[in-house]
Design a protein around this ligand. Structure first.
Ligand SMILES: CC(C)(COP(=O)(O)OP(=O)(O)OC[C@H]1O[C@@H](n2cnc3c(N)ncnc32)[C@H](O)[C@@H]1OP(=O)(O)O)[C@@H](O)C(=O)NCCC(=O)NCCS
Length: 243
């Protein structure tokens, strides 16, 4: 996400150092600095759930989506895999806080193995947001597909399924965001029913959050509804996956 708190960034970097060593950590830090200085807007997306009138799409038989509302509903392997994406101790605490606030964790399984996950929260926010949300609004955040499953539209399946399920539950609008540098995420969101709302920067100073909107969105390319990818991505064989 675009506006990460400094302690969170330090903890992520420390976890990265433990796993990858000094050289890659320096390169990762330089990349984070470049993004903070030169491509620090979020692209905001919106979806009108009242238009999601159909039932959730049938998933191919090798995919399964599960919705979890507490840590105890997760099996230990899935929990481990999720918290190990970065600092496990902090990730565990954050996960508990999210469930305590009523968030849902959506898992997507590929042949019964965890391929990705994402969070949604209805009627409340997890951190200062770009705009006020109403009771039936849902925020999508922290979607993640594990590297060996990327490029197969897994994120699309998960978001689309969650959108439909939330619409059935009576949610009215959904919001999502991606960093303007995050082409994979932008491309994946653009394939779903989400529509672009605009570009924004968010700063929190002395507990006051300032949001600057950039309606024109100059110099940031977000693909408009690509049509070819869905078929192409689901047609890919497991052997095509970049490991
Ligand atoms: C963003 C993310 C969720 C997309 O998931 P996904 O299931 O791979 O999404 P898609 O299959 O729709 O692929 C999205 C784009 O990434 C490309 N891609 C990224 N990694 C790839 C890989 N290892 N193999 C093939 N394609 C890959 C795809 O080709 C596609 O680009 P295109 O539309 O130009 O063809 C995933 O890349 C991810 O978890 N990234 C790290 C966490 C993150 O940034 N989350 C978003 C937070 S807002």
């Amino acid at each position: 996400m675009v506006s990460m708190a400094i302690p969170t960034s330090i903890s992520r970097l420390a976890a990265y150092y433990t796993r990858h060593g000094l050289g890659p950590t320096i390169r990762r830090f330089a990349l984070a600095m470049r993004r903070t200085l030169f491509s620090n807007r979020a692209v905001l997306f919106y979806c009108d759930l009242s238009r999601q009138t159909s039932a959730p799409p049938d998933l191919p038989n090798f995919l399964k989506v599960e919705r979890k509302r507490s840590c105890v509903e997760l099996n230990p392997q899935d929990l481990d895999q999720i918290v190990n994406v970065w600092n496990p101790k902090l990730a565990h605490r954050r996960m508990q806080e999210r469930f305590d606030r009523g968030a849902s964790l959506w898992l997507i399984k590929f042949h019964d193995r965890l391929a990705g996950y994402g969070w949604t929260l209805q009627g409340r926010i997890i951190a200062p947001y770009y705009l006020p949300l109403a009771e039936d609004d849902v925020q999508f955040f922290d979607f993640h597909v594990f590297p060996k499953y990327r490029g197969r539209a897994i994120d699309w399946f998960l978001m689309t399924h969650a959108l439909q399920m939330l619409a059935v539950d009576g949610a009215t609008r959904a919001f999502a965001e991606a960093g303007e540098w995050n082409q994979a995420s932008l491309s994946s969101i653009a394939m779903t029913s989400f529509r672009r709302l605009g570009w924004a920067r968010k700063f929190t100073i002395f507990r006051h959050t300032i949001v600057c909107w950039d309606v024109e969105g100059v110099a940031c390319h977000v693909p408009e509804r690509p049509s070819r990818r869905f078929v192409a991505a689901t047609d890919r064989k497991p052997s095509d996956v970049v490991r």
